[in-house]
Ligand binder design. Structure first.
Ligand code: ATP
Ligand code: MN
Length: 457
């Protein structure tokens, strides 16, 4: 409709009123149906329709307009609609409808998450979210990966205890405990302790050892009590897993994958990204184009630590200490990306102590073949590794890290039967969206964010 040049034809539009202005003779309604950031302008001849009938057509009201498409003399649009008839589906009382004036803060909008998709900003964000989800499926499908569904309810917590939300049908008001005071899960639904998945990787590996190249894309849950702008309790993760890929292939896949998504965003979401660029972050478009043109820098954790130590020696201060063996905090990751290299960085070969038991061990006995992709403004956007395919090394490392072998016997079986080198990674979908939209709080790129003490809608 907005692009149509079929002036003179009858049209019908349905949508929500963004604004209404005008005088006693002529009224202008900016109407939006959610399909794009652009509104269509409805022109109302007050004498034809009567001033009274327009009264309830205020910001937020939902209407259906029958009219004639005409060339617009006004600026900002080619076509407008001369209204013949307006039907009101639902009014929105100006005294109580919360989305009145422009320029509500993002914090305020989070409190009305049920209505915020109706704002320009969140319309743009959620349209981009859709296009990025499609891009992800297209990228993998075009490369011959199979979309594999891993379970949401699981009894294995591969990333370590403490982060899992428990799933139970036990009566919490009347918990049976044994003599030592522990809960008896025999009566629970699964006959054992169960929780919501923190990652689909272990099951993804099983699939890669059969279908070759797979990816998962689904909700992931972490009960980490970190109230940060980069963590959610419920987020979506994309996890490709590929048989015969070594860490170098894994890095290339990650880089190609992110760039493919960014290109899709620029190709399909131009209006929305331009809006966000002008509204919140004047460097957004520049940053997206910049990253597309760069080869990601690849360096080892050890080299990264050296750079950070030199920065400290040169007078730079970090909140958290830097030394070989320390886990990198977001401030360290961002220093490397934003201050030192000014380019996305893939950091590899981390100390084995700070990484998971399943990562392939290097010959130095100290490091594992982990890779984190670090992005400007975000920090870690991808975490991945080459997996340990050797049964003995894997089970030994699991024991060292207190992962009970009896819980992961099925995972270990892949290393007993037809094992092969393989690699994969996890991309946090919302972290990608932070980068693509330029939003700074992860709660603003998912429709209904779940975070500590936050699950209203
Ligand atoms: P971080 O160090 O940032 O907490 P992590 O190392 O715990 O992340 P991984 O276990 O490597 O994360 O998960 C893979 C990816 O999933 C991360 O690179 C990140 O993009 C995303 N991710 C992890 N935790 C969260 C979360 N709580 N909310 C949103 N995205 C997350
Ligand atoms: Mn990680």
């Amino acid at each position: 409709m907005l692009q149509s040049k079929a002036f003179g034809t009858s049209v019908q539009v349905k949508g929500w009123v963004r604004t209404r202005r005008g005088n006693k003779k002529v009224g202008f309604i900016a109407l939006n149906d959610g399909s794009t950031i652009k509104n269509v302008q409805i022109v109302v001849n007050m004498e034809d329709l009567g001033e009274e009938s327009l009264k309830p057509i205020t910001t937020g009201a939902c209407i259906c307009v029958n009219g004639v498409l005409t060339e617009s003399p006004g600026q900002g649009q080619d076509a407008e609609i001369q209204a013949r008839e307006i039907h009101l589906y639902g009014a929105a009382d100006p005294l109580t409808y919360p989305l009145q004036k422009k320029g509500h803060s993002l914090e305020f909008l989070r409190e009305i998450a049920h209505l915020r998709p109706r704002t320009n900003t969140f319309g743009a964000v959620f349209r981009i979210r859709h296009h990025m989800a499609i891009a992800i499926h297209r990228f993998f499908h075009e490369r011959g990966f199979y979309y594999f569904h891993t379970p949401i309810i699981t009894t294995s917590d591969c990333e370590g205890a403490g982060q899992m939300f428990q799933v139970t049908t036990l009566n919490l008001y009347d918990l049976k405990k044994d003599k030592s005071g522990s809960i008896d899960y025999a009566d629970d639904f699964f006959g054992r302790q169960a929780g919501l998945t923190v990652s689909g990787q272990l099951e993804g590996e099983l699939a890669a050892m059969a279908l070759g190249a797979i990816y998962t894309f689904g909700p992931t849950f972490r009960a980490e009590n970190s109230n940060t702008p980069r963590h959610l309790a419920e987020f979506w993760m994309v996890e490709p897993e590929v048989a015969f890929n070594e860490i170098e292939d894994n890095m290339q896949l990650a880089e190609d994958f992110i760039k493919y998504c960014l290109r899709c965003a620029l190709d399909n979401c131009r209006d929305d990204i331009e809006f966000l660029n002008n509204m919140f972050d004047k460097e957004l478009l520049g940053r997206l184009n910049f990253v597309l043109e760069q080869d990601f820098i690849r360096l080892t954790y050890t080299e990264g630590i050296r750079i950070l130590e030199e920065a400290v020696a040169g007078g730079h201060t970090f909140e958290f200490p830097v030394f070989w063996g320390s886990d990198l905090a977001a401030e360290h990751e961002r220093y490397l990306v934003e201050d030192h290299f000014k380019c996305p960085v893939i950091l590899t070969d981390y100390p084995k102590e700070i990484k998971s038991f399943y990562m392939k061990q290097n010959d130095d006995g100290k490091t594992v073949r982990a890779m984190d992709v670090l992005f400007p403004k975000i920090g870690e956007i991808i975490g991945g590794s080459q997996r340990e395919e050797d049964y003995a090394k894997l089970s030994e490392r699991a024991q060292e890290m207190d992962v009970p072998l009896k819980d992961i016997w099925w995972y270990l079986d892949t290393r007993r039967f037809g094992t092969a080198p393989h690699s994969g990674f996890g991309l946090g979908f919302e972290r990608l969206l932070l980068f693509v939209t330029g939003m700074t709080n992860i709660r603003d790129v998912i429709p209904f964010p779940r975070a500590p003490h936050n699950a209203e809608f």
